[in-house]
Design a protein around this ligand. Structure first.
Ligand SMILES: [Zn+2]
Length: 625
């Protein structure tokens, strides 16, 4: 890459001007004209927009993609509304490309203005990812301010969500995006390579992309027009509303397949050599849009795009656009389907209902991870979902904790595990999905899914917190569920159940002990309904185990030879059954991970993924799965 914009600027005027961009103004004309244009284009959408509630920010972006695809230059006009309670004189925007400076990427801020609005600006923060504008006059609560930022982006030559690799440009988290003002302070989390750290408001976008002719672009929103500028360039106008980000991918070689479900058109972009995978992806995405629309809330846009990229991860979610690694387009389709289902679920959990992905990553990831299992259930039936659960959640979680990993709480922040992507994935994705599955078995299907619908509708286009999700479950169920979230989301460990004694004949007295394992900081005993299976009687009962030792009495017309706790392994942890011939407990739960071979048989798909990732990078299957 030719030098250009690798730099990070700390003051205006540093660094080179964009090179080789013919006839292109790198600065906006006058920003008020841009705002008028934005309003004009978005006006027909105003009625729908009203239903989506007030948006704090709108962006008018105009960029040119250089023919080499690794240089993007342009400007944006941002209109931001102060929805806080105090005047604000300092504005923060995030510059995530600067997190890639070590790989040759970056964003150079050329200017911020106009002068009558912006007094000065600087770039600082973790990895120089924060652009700070000091305004001449404070913005009062309820007032809005418009300003413009000119920039040059250098795209690193790497296989990532922001990178140029092979024949595909992936532009994720690329443009200067408003940070969130919370309780009077700007929230500027560091960039997190192995997952998400993004935190932005639902906003409106008008994006004009000047691109070399022949370049196929997949982007957030809808393509409104294409205009030929000259023999080598065209102008594409994309419009998106109520979205938290604007992302795009592009390739000279993309092929496109499309299909519709209801009034939603789904597009799949793939390289010609991956046509079979690309067609399969289209079907998976259609399925996902359908089942999630039916069970969560209707997909709120008329288009959804899935784009193949070159990446070390499985998939990455953006509003109305997901990136899926081309590594999965050939071979085992089950994993590809899982990835598409997971990323599509993020259209509800992240895009529709936002959250602070750094502080509460479980809100979007645990829900998306469990939604991918629900996808299998709703598309193929419960048996298939059970297989999907063990392949993609249950066995990988056992593999992690039995391999020496700690059973950390699901509700950790990214900052607590930023240096350990395996721990992050186990806690936030795997344990989180498993916990939601347990919650469903405790409160029942109807309240469980009603809660998800309440959560989706109550916080659509907004930003939710852990308490909001807990309240949705409590509202749907009609009772206190704080204890469950405390034990499984905010505390770690897994319980090991041990049937330590069985006495009596027809009236059995059974003693069950629980021990919390796989954690360095034992929490108080978990309170869970534990199934007991009496063999060969064929009877099954449920006992609430809420202390370290619990005694329960049952009337059975049968003398059991075995009493097996948690026979279907609903609750993670290694359990011990009681056997009459030993008159003591033995570890007989079949699914326990005692040998890697057993796991390999049970979870070929997961191991294939692990193998692949071992080759590519020693981190999890997806930065975002
Ligand atoms: Zn995810």
């Amino acid at each position: 890459m030719s030098g250009g914009g690798r730099a990070r600027s700390k003051a205006r005027g540093l660094g080179p001007r964009p090179l080789g961009v013919r006839g292109f103004k790198s600065h906006p004309p006058h920003y008020t004209a841009q705002i008028l244009l934005l309003l004009l284009i978005l006006c027909p959408l105003a009625v729908i927009a009203e239903e989506r509630g007030p948006r704090g920010t709108s962006y008018h972006i105009r960029v040119e993609i250089h023919p080499t695809l690794d240089l993007i230059s342009g400007w944006e006009v941002v209109t931001w509304t102060n929805r806080g309670s105090s005047p604000v004189r300092e504005l923060h925007l995030r510059l995530y490309p600067n997190a890639f400076s070590g790989q040759g990427g970056g964003i150079l801020i050329e200017d911020a203005g106009p002068q009558e609005v912006v007094l000065n600006y600087s770039v600082s923060g973790p990895q120089n990812t924060t652009l700070i504008l000091l305004l001449r006059d404070p913005v009062s609560p309820g007032d809005r301010v418009s300003f413009n930022v000119s920039f040059v982006i250098t795209v690193p030559h790497i296989a990532d969500r922001f990178g140029l690799s092979g024949d595909i440009l992936a532009l994720g988290n690329w443009h200067p995006i408003m940070s969130i003002l919370r309780d009077g302070s700007w929230v500027d989390h560091p960039y997190f390579e192995h997952g998400e750290c993004f935190y932005s408001e639902a906003s409106d976008y008008l994006v004009e992309v000047i691109a070399p002719r022949g370049l196929v672009i997949a982007a957030t929103g809808d393509l409104k027009s294409v205009e030929e500028l000259d023999e080598s360039r065209e102008l594409q106008v994309w419009v998106a509303e109520s979205v938290r980000d604007f992302s795009l991918t592009a390739s000279w070689r993309y092929e496109i397949s499309q299909a519709t479900w209801g009034d939603v058109t789904v597009y799949s972009y793939y390289l010609p050599e991956h046509r079979e995978g690309g067609e399969a992806v289209l079907q998976y995405a259609l399925n996902a849009i359908r089942v999630f629309s039916e069970h969560f809330s209707p997909y709120p846009f008329s288009s959804f795009r899935v784009a193949e990229v070159e990446a070390w991860f499985g998939g990455m979610e953006y509003p109305q656009l997901i990136m899926v690694s081309g590594n999965f387009y050939t071979g085992d389709k089950r994993t590809l389907e899982m990835i598409v289902a997971h990323e599509t679920a993020h259209q509800w959990w992240y895009s529709l209902v936002g959250n602070d992905q750094w502080e509460e990553p479980w809100l979007d990831e645990s829900l998306a991870e469990y939604s991918q299992i629900l996808y299998f259930e709703w598309v193929y039936g419960p048996k298939d979902a059970e297989r999907g659960f063990w392949d993609f959640v249950g066995n990988p979680y056992y593999l992690y904790i039995e391999g020496g990993g700690e059973a950390l709480p699901t509700g950790i922040s990214v900052g607590q595990v930023a240096d350990d992507p395996d721990a992050y994935r186990a806690a936030v994705y795997l344990r989180g999905a498993w916990s939601l599955r347990m919650l469903r078995s405790i409160i029942g299907d109807q309240p469980f899914f009603e809660a998800l619908r309440i959560y989706a509708s109550s916080h659509a286009y907004g930003i939710a917190t852990s308490q909001d999700l807990i309240h949705a479950f409590e509202e749907a169920w009609g009772g206190d569920l704080n204890w469950f979230f405390q034990e499984w989301i905010f505390e770690g460990c897994v319980p090991s159940y041990n049937v330590t004694s069985v006495q009596g004949d027809s009236s059995l007295r059974v003693e069950i002990r629980q021990e919390l394992t796989h954690c360095s900081q034992p929490s108080s005993p978990k309170k869970m309904p534990v199934e007991l299976y009496f063999q060969p009687c064929g009877s099954e009962v449920k006992v609430w185990v809420n202390q370290t030792v619990v005694e329960a009495t049952f009337d059975l017309n049968c003398t059991p030879e075995y009493v097996i706790p948690d026979p279907r392994d609903r609750i993670p942890g290694r359990d011990f059954a009681w056997a009459s011939k030993w008159n003591q407990s033995k570890n007989v739960n079949s699914r326990r991970v005692n040998t890697p071979l057993l796991l390999a048989i049970a979870s070929i798909g997961s191991l294939a993924v692990l193998l692949l990732l071992t080759i590519r990078r020693s981190s999890d299957i997806e930065r975002d799965q």
